[in-house]
Each structure stands twice: as C-alpha cells, then as structure tokens.
Design a protein around this ligand. Structure first.
Ligand SMILES: O=C(O)CCC(=O)C(=O)O
Length: 281
C-alpha cells in the first residue's frame, strides 16, 4: 500500500535537523494560517459541543479515525515534509491526542518520556504538537530537557487529579536541575520532540483555553511490543512491514463506517498504556 510522496524542496534547514537530532526537540515551525487555525478550533469546539461540552477520555485520543479534518491535518503536506526530513520517507502516524487546558485551570502535564509507555520499539518516533490557540509560557506551553532522549529516566505513577496523563506519570528526577527549555507557540505553530525526550507543562494562567493537538509519527518498520494488534495511519510512502493495521479514513464527522475500528484501536491503546501497572480488584 502506498501513500502520497514528498513535495519538492526542503522545509527544514540542515542545521534544524542537526539540532533536532542532537537535542531531541525543534520549535517553533510555522504550519497553519490564521484562517486554518480558526477553522480547526471551530471544528473542535463544535465536536466538543456534540459530545456534551467535553471530549472526555474517549474522544481525546484517536479522533483522526472519526473526524476528517483531524485526518487531513495529520496528512498536511508541509508537516509530513518536515517529519520526513527528520525520520525518513515511509511514515505511519500512531496516534493523535488533544491536550486542552481550560482558561485559568490547574491542569498540567507531568514530566515524562513517552517511550517508556507506548510499547513501540523504534526510538526515532517524533511527536508533533500543533497549537490551536496560544501556547505561551503563561498558558502552560510544553518544556523539554534537551538531550534527555539519550537516556531512560525512572518514572512513577501518581494518578494526580490535575495531571492530564492517564497514570499521572512523573519523572523521578527534578527537571529544574536539568536546564529545561520552554517551547512557546503561537496559534498555528508546531513543535517537534523525540519520543524519549523528557517533557511536561504547567497550568494555564491565561483567560483563553490552551488547545494543542499532538500527532506521533514513526517509520513503517516500527513494531508494537506490548499487544498483538495495534493500529496506525499510513500517511506517506510505502508500508512493506505490515506491523500495524492501517486506520481507515473517515468521510464524515463520527463516520459510522470507521467507528468500530476506532473502538478496537482505543481498546488496544488502553491495554498498552496500562500494560505494566499492578492488577487492581
Ligand atoms: O500538551 C502538553 O502539555 C503535553 C503534551 C505531550 O505530552 C505530548 O505531546 O507528548
């Protein structure tokens, strides 16, 4: 199976690619126009209204399997050009996740390395975070520890109420002792970080919502080690490996044809994220 290939010309400089490979992050990158951001935010807020005002845990993740506009953003040619320059031409997108902090809310994201939880065996995976509103320092933008992609750091589960991570994950080090760098973004800008780069974010102290959409791209040779069946979208190039079921593309919002696949993928995701937690009664 083959998807569209790269457009002509580079979108990142060689220095930007070298910086990313050395430091494990790159930001900001201009992606969407003001009109495109406004349209995406409106589409999200319409979807939230149709869900009763809040996406909840079910629709926060994997909505590219249900909403054509999210699937289209995941295949944005300029975004894929940048990702291709970072990790190569044959690309799967493993997941998409909304990261929403309401205005003046205490929600935060504990410092963590995603590689420890996702069961994927390829540490080239690059996470893209698209700002659909202002993600300033005051709004609780993401910060990273440069170079942390070279080491595994121990984590603990806190299940803290305001931590947006499923298990309330937290690094067992003090990030402030490791020269963290903030990645503020204006609406429509994007940041990139490696799957092992330690990252986290603080509360939103502004009067607007902080809305981000993350997407997680990996080479088609990647494998899932925690469950036998997992899904990913083939967004560019050729998949000669067949390690993931390819996500169907929704034609309309809440497409009934793709809903069963979405549910199966969500179940697999739950199993992956909680795979190594102690059993509870
Ligand atoms: O939205 C945030 O602050 C954190 C997002 C995140 O953890 C990620 O995109 O991997």
């Amino acid at each position: 199976m083959q998807e569209a290939s790269a457009s002509m010309g580079r979108v990142l400089t060689e220095d930007q690619v070298d910086d990313y490979l050395r430091d494990g992050w790159l930001s900001p990158f201009d992606l969407l126009t003001a009109d495109e951001v406004a349209a995406a935010r409106l589409a999200l807020e319409d979807f939230e209204a149709s869900c009763g005002g809040d996406l909840g845990p079910v629709y926060r993740s994997g909505s590219h399997m249900l909403l054509p506009w999210v699937d289209d953003l995941m295949r944005h040619p300029r975004l894929l050009d940048a990702v291709e320059e970072l990790i190569g031409p044959d690309l799967l997108c493993w997941n998409s996740i909304f990261w929403i902090k309401e205005a003046n809310s205490a929600s935060y994201v504990g410092w963590h390395q995603d590689y420890e939880y996702w069961g994927l065996d390829d540490d080239r995976l690059v996470s893209v975070w698209i700002a659909l509103s202002s993600a300033s320092v005051e709004a609780g933008c993401m910060s990273v520890i440069p170079g942390s992609q070279r080491h595994s750091i121990s984590h603990r589960d806190t299940y803290a109420a305001n931590n947006l991570l499923s298990r309330g994950q937290e690094l067992e080090i003090d990030p402030s002792e490791h020269d963290p760098v903030s990645m503020p973004l204006s609406p429509g800008q994007v940041s990139f970080h490696n799957v092992r780069t330690a990252h986290g974010s603080g509360p939103n102290t502004t009067d607007d919502r902080r809305i981000g959409l993350s997407m997680h791209f990996m080479p088609t040779s990647a494998r899932q080690t925690k469950v036998d069946w997992d899904a990913a979208a083939l967004v560019r190039g050729i998949d000669d490996h067949g390690n993931f079921a390819h996500c169907p593309r929704p034609k309309i919002d809440m497409d009934r044809d793709t809903l069963p696949f979405f549910k199966k993928a969500a179940e697999a995701m739950r199993e992956i994220i909680y795979a190594d937690t102690p059993a509870t009664e």
